[in-house]
Design a protein around this ligand. Structure first.
Ligand SMILES: [Zn+2]
Length: 112
């Protein structure tokens, strides 16, 4: 897959800008701590960069359509779908293919 190729070589990480070097691969459990931080912040303050037009905007400024089967969030600049979220008896589902980068400031008291 294209994504695997992008992350397996010695390319620059699109999130940190740091060159990726060598095989330092861990299993998915190693991402648990950081992902818990990601999902613990106030998402409306997060700045989402649109994968369609490249414009960054706080999630709170996006347009939300809550009457669809899933909650649909659209870019305030190009109106394309940036993410969809559903929560029902089947569980919680989040699709973010329209988000190029989601940037959050650390919570107060957070390490780092
Ligand atoms: Zn856009």
């Amino acid at each position: 897959m294209e994504d695997e190729q992008a992350w397996s070589g010695s390319e620059v990480c699109p999130v940190t800008g740091v060159p990726e070097a060598g095989d330092r691969r861990l299993d998915g459990n190693a991402a648990g701590g950081v992902l818990r931080e990601v999902f613990a912040v106030d998402p409306t303050a997060a700045v989402s960069t649109c994968a369609h037009c490249g414009r960054p905007a706080p999630l709170g400024e996006h347009l939300v359509y809550a009457d669809a089967p899933a909650l649909v969030v659209r870019c305030p600049s190009c109106m394309q779908v940036v993410l969809r979220c559903a929560s029902d008896a089947a569980g919680l589902r989040l699709e973010m293919t329209g988000v190029r980068l989601l940037r959050m400031t650390p919570a107060e008291g957070a390490p780092g």
